[in-house]
Design a protein around this ligand. Structure first.
Ligand SMILES: [Zn+2]
Length: 264
């Protein structure tokens, strides 16, 4: 009996030991799994962190490449389609409003897009000893209407009929809404020493220099001599219009008007 009891007690002890061993083994395995999981998490976090840091660098270079490409592809006023045509048959769109900038040194207002080229052109001429004055720059549609009415009334007082006076005046002064001056892209430049807008202006050193060099700065002589049939405006040696350097060079080299260049 004693022996039997002793073997039973032994068996119970062995079972407990086995259970204890199983318990600890499973605990160790669980711990191992936990450690593995934590390591995996840490590694993936670290991988995500570093890949994030690298990703924007790639994006930036891609964007930079795109921006550079876009700048090359679309320089300001590069194609004829981008050049605004304003004449008697093509008035400015209603409510057109240029982005005006003031040139204090000349008391002028122009569209921001022509400010720098205009300054560069005048500075280059002044370096050659010339002296310019901007006789007219941006002019609102309302101001254009006033000018037109003033000129028409003067002729009417001289005996012209209204329609005769209108026809005569619009040879040089554009109808309301049809003046390039309302676009802010055109300027009347004269010699500072001779500011009258007449035939003699064309013979001043300033105008001779401008007509020779304006295309280098993106400007054209808008109403050339012997092109009145096309522009429907008398020769104005002083009226310069910005179209960008590409168009200005082509127009000047080929002796075209803006209407001919745009094929309108
Ligand atoms: Zn003008």
């Amino acid at each position: 009996m004693r022996e039997l009891r002793g073997t039973r007690a032994k068996k119970r002890r062995m079972r407990r030991r086995i259970i204890r061993q199983l318990f600890w083994r499973s605990m160790v395995s669980l711990l191992g799994i936990l450690i593995l999981l934590m390591t995996w998490n840490l590694t993936s976090c670290a991988l995500r962190y570093f890949s994030k840091e690298e990703a924007p660098a790639e994006d930036i270079t891609e964007n930079m490449e795109k921006e550079e490409g876009e700048e090359d592809a679309i320089p300001a006023l590069a194609s004829a389609a981008e050049i605004l045509l304003v004449n008697k048959d093509h008035p400015l769109p209603d409510h057109y409003q240029p982005n005006l900038e003031r040139m204090r040194e000349y008391g002028a207002e122009v569209d921001a897009s022509i400010l720098q080229p205009l300054r560069d052109m005048l500075a280059a001429g002044e370096k050659e000893g010339l002296s310019f004055w901007i006789a007219s720059s941006y002019r609102s549609v309302e101001r254009q209407r006033e000018l037109l009415d003033e000129d028409i009334n003067t002729l009417v007082k001289q005996g012209y009929s209204y329609s005769e006076a209108y026809e005569e005046v619009t040879k040089e002064t554009m109808p309301v809404g049809c003046s390039e001056h309302a676009s802010g892209l055109a300027v009347d430049i004269v010699s500072k020493d001779y500011q009258i807008l007449d035939e003699k202006q064309a013979r001043t050193d300033e105008i001779l220099w401008l007509q020779e060099n304006c295309s280098e700065y993106g400007f054209i002589l808008r109403y050339p001599k012997e092109k009145e049939e096309i522009t429907k405006v008398s020769y104005e040696s002083w009226h310069f219009r910005y179209v960008g350097t590409t168009a200005a060079r082509e127009i000047t080299e080929q002796g075209l008007t803006l209407e001919e260049y745009l094929d309108i």
